[in-house]
Design a protein around this ligand. Structure first.
Ligand SMILES: NC(=O)c1ccc[n+]([C@@H]2O[C@H](COP(=O)([O-])OP(=O)(O)OC[C@H]3O[C@@H](n4cnc5c(N)ncnc54)[C@H](O)[C@@H]3O)[C@@H](O)[C@H]2O)c1
Length: 471
């Protein structure tokens, strides 16, 4: 194993890489996928699990990870990245649109990879999961298909890596946990922001105690998507994101902000989310955009959109810490994930530009020279090892590549994943729970303990120190 790991690193680096509301689950979903996939969903009663814990789950090491990629919007980027990682085989690709399938095959050819088997039917993901030559299902379909595909994949012996959110309801979060426990398969939500360079640097700094006890974090997904949501011709498949904005409020996409904070603040590993309160503004952005683009009397301008422009969700942990998750995809303002952490010895913030303040002089930010020195000193080992390759391959500045590389590394070496099914469930549950709070005058809502008490003994996510791993 020791040699295998070394060889894997070496080859990868220098070789072939060029790089509650119980009814929520039954709310309407625009694509119709949900109804068709309903039989794959577990009942609410299933939240009393029958399997053993999947905490720190180790599975059989896979010499080669055989992958099927389903959904080739963002999924095409996954084809590009995974084709450049040693030890992968892209066995199948699936999308309803043949032009996307063709693009997938072109990418494979460009990287001297064999053609993948192709699937184009609405429920072909079931056929894919039934194959016995696939280890990992990589799911980048619209939101309403995430849980059905994940459950079906695990029940057919596959590991699942699913785009965010892993589930849209608390019941579905429990179904993921129960199924991962029963099948002892990995269920990872692809929260790529956990692998961003600055976020990982702050994880490294936190583990080295530079911030002291971190008792507060703020994260966000602020990204002006008005044009994408209203795009009728080349936007989201069947305009799924606009439809979701019509039907739901709260924070539907909390994990870009919460994921890195949850890892740094030991959520599910020494602490856990206890309860939340959530508040949303009125909706303005989608209507104003529609009036301007399609006219005041257009159906788009007259439609009702439930999603408030700005949502703030405040979470308290059982250890007395707090987190804020902000969501805004419909306001004219620059992209922002905030990433603020506040501890007894220091403070860091990422947007609009990364800054750090440390005791004994934390009332002002570090001067640029000192900041640079700290960033270099605490650069995360993953970025030190494969950062240059990641930047070349790309995907949100390289973090997508780092995420995929690390996932494949863990699967090949039989290691627990950095993000497990409990993280997927906990972070995704905020989607429904924030909506419950918003629609009930921001009253507080309990957040389930998806670990069933295991958070008390689980160890914090370490700095992923490649030197230690490879020795
Ligand atoms: N982590 C990130 O940074 C990030 C960025 C963008 C999107 N995403 C997530 O990725 C997912 C996809 O987003 P997108 O922007 O690519 O959406 P999209 O609508 O552009 O692409 C979705 C694709 O899925 C296909 N599809 C739909 N139903 C299918 C089915 N039954 N079988 C096979 N394919 C099917 C569609 O044809 C389409 O090509 C979403 O969950 C989104 O939240 C994550």
């Amino acid at each position: 194993m020791k040699n295998n790991r070394r060889n894997f690193l070496k080859k990868t680096l220098y070789g072939s890489i060029a790089l509650g509301i119980t009814g929520y689950a039954s709310l309407e979903h625009n694509t119709g996928n949900r109804e068709k996939a309903n039989e794959a969903l577990a009942s609410p009663e299933a939240r009393h699990g029958k399997g053993k814990s999947a905490m720190a789950l180790r599975c059989e090491p896979l010499p080669e990870v055989r992958i099927a990629i389903i959904g080739l919007g963002r999924g095409l980027g996954a084809v590009e990245r995974l084709a450049q990682i040693e030890g992968t085989k892209i066995t199948a690709i699936c999308d309803l649109m043949t032009d996307k399938i063709n693009s997938g095959q072109t990418i494979l050819k460009k990287h001297n990879r064999p053609e993948a088997a192709t699937y184009t039917g609405e429920e072909d993901w079931k056929k894919i999961c039934q194959r016995d030559d696939i280890d990992l299902i990589y799911n980048a379909t619209p939101w309403d298909l995430h849980t059905p595909i994940a459950l079906y994949a695990m029940k057919h012996g596959k590991h699942i890596a699913t785009e965010i959110p892993a589930a849209l309801s608390v019941d579905d979060c429990w179904a993921l946990v129960n199924t991962a426990e029963e099948t002892q398969r990995h269920c990872m939500m692809l929260e790529n922001c956990c692998y961003d360079a600055f976020e990982l640097t702050t994880l490294n700094m936190a583990r080295k105690n530079l911030f002291g006890e971190i008792y507060h974090g703020e994260g966000a997904y602020i990204h002006d998507l008005r044009g994408y949501k209203h795009n009728k011709t080349s936007g989201y498949y069947k305009m799924w994101r606009l439809e979701h904005s019509k039907q739901h409020t709260g924070n539907p996409y909390p994990m870009h902000g919460l994921g890195p904070l949850a890892q740094i603040m030991n959520i599910n590993r020494g602490d856990r989310f206890d309860y939340l309160t959530s508040m949303s503004t009125n909706q303005y952005g989608l209507t104003l955009y529609a009036e301007k683009t399609f006219g005041k009397n257009s159906p788009e301008a007259k439609a009702t959109y439930k999603l408030g422009d700005m949502n703030q969700t405040l979470i308290r942990t059982v250890n007395g810490h707090t987190l804020v998750a902000v969501h805004d995809t419909t306001s004219p303002r620059p992209y922002d994930r905030i990433h603020k952490i506040s501890g007894t010895k220091g403070y860091a913030v990422k947007y609009p530009e990364p800054k750090i303040a440390l005791e004994p002089d934390a009332h002002k930010f570090l001067e640029p020279e000192k900041f640079k020195e700290i960033i270099e000193q605490y650069e995360h080992p993953l970025w030190k090892y494969i950062g240059e390759t990641a930047k070349t391959v790309g995907g949100h500045g390289g973090m997508d590549f780092i995420m995929d590389w690390r996932l494949i590394y863990c699967l090949r070496n039989g290691l627990p994943l950095d993000q497990d099914v409990y993280d997927a469930a906990t972070w995704s549950s905020i989607t429904e729970l924030s909506e419950r709070s918003v629609t009930n005058r921001s009253n507080s809502v309990d957040i389930p303990d998806f670990t069933r008490g295991k958070w008390q003994t689980a160890t914090p996510l370490p700095v992923i120190d490649m030197e230690t791993i490879f020795s």
